[in-house]
Design a protein around this ligand. Structure first.
Ligand code: GTP
Ligand code: MG
Length: 289
């Protein structure tokens, strides 16, 4: 059962809650991938607000409170016209959906916003990764800048930026290798790409997104902690949201790390990506249609 349905069921037919019921609600939030302390604080805040207003619609009150929480870290509009090149780095551990998401974003820029993109195959680690991105490039009629397997990812990013700057391209989207966030050598490599972007396109708008697989629950939070401390993320892209009943980790990302959620992906098709909508997300999470 989806967490939204469980929360809806929990509130059904209940008037004011007693302490035991508040504890149950806290457990439900934890089950939905909230961190324990955030779940506790949220329930305490709800308690406080309900004391002031007895008989209030509890799920609406909870939704309001959670939405306020999500507004604390806002993602800037990636599609706003800046007149500058936008450089996007897609990061994340193995298999979370980085390459697919890079292609989806490219498609979104091309089709919905009429912007020209270049895809950079900065995952030089895996043999099939470069071909995988090239296939996307062909399908999307988008240029892919690639080197050979084993090459320097930072050099690929450099070339893609150069190609973009000399061809009136609006956006460079770099797909990177899935890395285990515990390996410091890989974090170092990331920092190198970082320095190349800063040097080659210092006037560009530079965005670093971490792709997180929604089905990995709280593990996604620890991945975000490590990547954020290494490269200072601009946002998170939540994938495979179609395959999980949860998603509460989003609240911890915003509340504890102040990282906004930028996009949510719900499938394998190019169109299965949406700009994150806090209101919609919260209402689904607490089971309000
Ligand atoms: N259901 C679902 N599947 C997804 C979504 N995003 C990606 N996938 C699938 O997840 C699998 C891995 O996707 P990739 O894009 O190759 O992931 P990656 O992070 O690039 O993987 P590595 O390069 O190996 O680290 C593929 O089968 C995708 O089709 C999503 O939003 N929903
Ligand atoms: Mg990949």
């Amino acid at each position: 059962m989806k967490i939204g349905e469980k929360i809806k069921k929990f509130f059904f037919g209940k008037g004011d809650l007693n302490d035991e019921m508040y504890d149950d609600l806290c457990d439900l939030l934890v089950e939905g991938d909230f961190g324990a302390s955030l779940a506790y604080n949220t329930v305490e805040l709800l308690k406080e607000r309900c004391k002031k207003e007895s008989g209030a619609d509890l799920s609406e009150k909870l939704a309001q409170l959670l939405e306020e929480e999500l507004q604390k870290a806002k993602h800037e509009d990636l599609f706003a016209d800046t007149g500058k090149l936008t450089a996007i780095l897609i990061l994340g551990v193995n298999g979370v959906g980085k390459t697919t998401t890079a292609a989806k974003l490219s498609n979104m820029f091309n089709v919905e916003y009429n912007k020209k993109t270049i895809l950079a195959a900065a995952d030089t680690f895996r043999a099939a990764a470069i071909d995988q991105l090239k296939i996307h490039g062909e399908k999307l009629d988008t240029r892919v800048v690639a080197h050979k397997q084993g090459g320097d990812p930072a050099a690929v990013v450099y070339d893609a930026l150069e190609a973009a700057l000399s061809s009136n391209t609006d956006v460079v989207i770099a797909d990177t290798a899935g890395r285990m966030h515990t390996k410091s050598a890989l974090v170092e490599e990331l920092r190198k790409i970082d320095r190349v972007v800063e040097a080659k396109a210092s006037s560009a708008r530079y965005m670093k997104y971490l792709v997180l697989d929604a089905t990995t629950g709280r593990n996604a939070f620890s991945q975000a902690e490590v990547f954020h401390s290494a490269v200072k993320l601009d946002g998170v892209i939540l994938t495979k949201y179609d395959s999980t009943a949860k998603g509460g980790v989003v609240f911890s990302l915003v509340s504890e790390l102040k990282i906004p959620v930028a996009f949510v992906c719900t499938g394998e098709k190019y169109s299965d990506i949406e700009i994150f909508d806090p209101k919609k997300f919260v209402r689904e999470f607490v089971g309000i249609e």
